[in-house]
Ligand binder design. Structure first.
Ligand code: ADE
Length: 225
């Protein structure tokens, strides 16, 4: 079973996406285990302080190395981890390849940043991978961590009911997904492409490939190869 440990100063901000739908089912089926750790529980002083002023001056607080190291050390003393990930807007941009890689066996620790971020020594010494979910700044790493976990968990074998459905996702083969339709076949004269109703599997596959290519060229020429 894959285990994900999420370290945060606001664990309540991240818990709800794990209590619904596909991720909830994956947890119930014991395919994955997700644990939340409140960094404040690892603070060494009574005020439960986990951040402090920047050396050299400047606005914004910085998360201290001590509680973070204590938490990561405790987790690592119990089991091995494939990656220790830090969610940060200056990390590597998350994409389907990264999600695929992380979904293949191995436990993960995910550290959510806050305030101005973490002391650089955390990044230099404890973190093995830094991930951003896009070129914009959110108030903390919790929502990005939830996005990352969702992208990984749905790929773990057994999580999605239909085993083939993750393979036909957009980006999985460097291509956007083709359009999809469902009943009714004719809605106020808006008709479903005839080929999809033909029952001819080869023709349908060919049509889907053609449409995927068309869509990718038009909408994402940067990923078309
Ligand atoms: N923390 C704040 N903004 C973020 C982003 N865009 N990606 C990852 N972590 C973040």
């Amino acid at each position: 079973m894959v285990r994900i440990d999420i370290i945060s100063v606001l664990p309540e901000l991240i818990e709800s996406p794990f209590n619904a739908s596909i991720i909830k089912r994956a947890i119930e089926k014991k395919i994955i285990e997700v644990n939340f750790h409140n960094l404040k529980d690892f603070a060494s002083n009574k005020r439960k302080q986990v951040d402090d002023y920047q050396f050299g001056g400047g606005s914004g607080m910085v998360m201290m190395i001590e509680p973070i190291k204590k938490c990561i050390d405790l987790l690592k003393s119990k089991r091995s981890y494939k990656e220790v990930i830090y969610m940060t807007p200056d990390g590597n941009m998350l994409n389907q390849q990264i999600a695929n890689k992380l979904s293949i066996d191995g436990n993960l620790i995910i550290l959510c940043g806050h305030y101005k971020g973490v002391d650089q020594r955390v990044r230099d010494e404890l973190i093995t991978m830094e991930i951003s979910i896009g070129d914009y700044v959110l108030s903390g790493g919790e929502l990005p961590a939830a996005v990352l976990c969702d992208s990984i968990i749905r790929l773990i074998p057994g999580v999605l009911g239909d085993e083939t459905s993750a393979l036909s996702d957009s980006f999985q083969d460097g291509m956007l997904a083709p359009p999809v339709y469902t009943r009714p076949a004719n809605f106020e004269d808006l008709e479903v492409p005839k080929v999809l109703l033909s029952g001819n599997k080869a023709k349908i596959d060919e049509w889907r490939e053609e449409k995927a290519e068309e869509r990718t060229k038009k909408l994402r020429p940067d990923i078309f190869n």
